[in-house]
Design a protein around this ligand. Structure first.
Ligand code: FES
Ligand SMILES: [Fe+2]
Length: 376
């Protein structure tokens, strides 16, 4: 008989001390009911990165995306206020804004031409004379929460959610000294991976455990023994002193500084910094077995003269990513094996993974039955 969602959730002990803890059990990574519960209890209730501030700097600038299955548009109003809405026309539900990003004076639905102001208010409906009891003021685009931090724009589908800064907690003070808002966006790489989104996060949060085995190039510039792991609030900071090395020329040339900084913020955002360099990794669940990871690369100097160097740096990141992808897809296959249930954690290395699993368990156990009443 198939285990119930509650049985699957209760099979993880989130109170165990690290030395006695296990990972979340395999069904959490493969069961579509858990994926749906995450959509409702995690991705519809946490602050999610949807854009860069430089994309919505001027009145009329917009970005569209999807979050937890919902079409979203973020737009800066004529009054300079940044707003976000469900990108769903109040007439017959078409997407009002269809480009990924751009600039507009007015938001006009391509289906029957309804027009919305940059503040979401309904401005015009062609051929709607004679319609009775229609309250135009109540038919604007439906708003969602939007806030910014550093050079990032976040939205939250939960109107009751605590403010972004409260959600980020101690991460705000830890990232501030690195001055990432002074960096400039350079390029994006997107990866479709045949694994659950949590497999990718786990791989990131193993405290460098896999680095000497899987990433020989990266390992050559890190002082692996000094690799530090700090948990606080909803973030884990992994950092490591760096060593100059020409063992791997491209890595040595593009990964510099005193220290490498790897931040993870629950549930699905990573921010990686070296000197004059940042990349963000944003993990989007697709279904229980698939996720998409978006890498955005930033540099202190994005002038034409630096293009070749920056491109080489992106390629180094790309190589590390390729090394991770294969292993993540292997893990997803292993999680489905009858030979596996859950795994133990290294006390020295895997505290970040435990924090992730504990935060997730707390969110999923909050309303497990009511959220899935219709689906079960
Ligand atoms: S669906 Fe937008 S105008 Fe009809
Ligand atoms: Fe890795």
């Amino acid at each position: 008989m198939q285990a119930s969602t509650e049985q699957i959730l209760s099979s993880y002990n989130d109170r165990a001390p690290l030395a006695e803890a296990s990972t979340i059990p395999a069904p959490w990574y493969v069961d579509p009911r858990i994926a749906e519960l995450e959509r409702l209890n995690v991705f519809s209730k946490t602050w999610q990165l949807v854009a860069r501030t430089d994309q919505v700097q001027k009145p009329g600038d917009f970005v569209t995306t999807r979050l937890a299955g919902e079409p979203i548009v973020v737009v800066r109003g004529s009054d300079d206020t940044l707003r976000a809405f469900y990108n769903v026309c109040r007439h017959h539900a078409a997407a009002v804004v269809t480009q990924p990003c751009g600039h507009a004076e007015i938001l006009q639905c391509p289906y029957h031409g309804w027009k919305y102001g940059l503040d979401g208010s309904l401005k015009g409906m062609p051929e709607f004379e004679g319609v009775q009891n229609f309250d135009r003021a109540a038919n604007g685009l439906v708003p969602i929460r939007v806030e910014t931090w550093e050079c990032f724009v976040f939205v939250n589908l939960d109107l009751q959610a605590a403010p972004l800064q409260q959600f980020l907690g101690g991460l705000v003070k830890r990232l501030a000294p690195l001055g990432v808002s002074k960096l400039h966006y350079f390029d994006r790489r997107t990866y479709d991976i045949h694994c659950n989104w949590k497999v990718y996060i786990d791989n990131y949060l193993d405290g460098g455990y896999h680095v000497p085995h899987l990433h020989k190039g990266l390992n050559s510039v890190l002082d692996y023994k000094q690799y530090a792991i700090e948990n606080e609030d909803r973030y884990c900071l992994q950092s490591s002193p760096m060593v100059a090395s020409d063992e791997d020329a491209a890595t040595g040339a593009t990964r510099k500084g005193d220290r490498a900084w790897y931040f993870w913020q629950y549930p699905n955002l990573m921010i990686n910094c070296y000197e004059g360099y940042m990349d963000t990794n944003y993990v989007v669940p697709v279904d229980a077995d698939h996720c998409t990871v978006i890498f955005d690369f930033y540099f202190s100097d994005v002038s034409e003269a630096r293009r070749a160097y920056n491109t080489e740096s992106v390629n180094v990141g790309n190589r590390v990513q390729d090394e991770d992808l294969g292993i993540c897809e292997d893990v997803q296959r292993g999680l489905k094996s009858r030979a596996y249930g859950a795994g133990r954690l290294s006390v020295r290395r895997e505290a970040g993974e435990q924090l992730f699993h504990q935060l997730l368990a707390a969110d999923l156990k909050q309303h497990p039955v009511s959220s899935l009443a219709a689906a079960d």
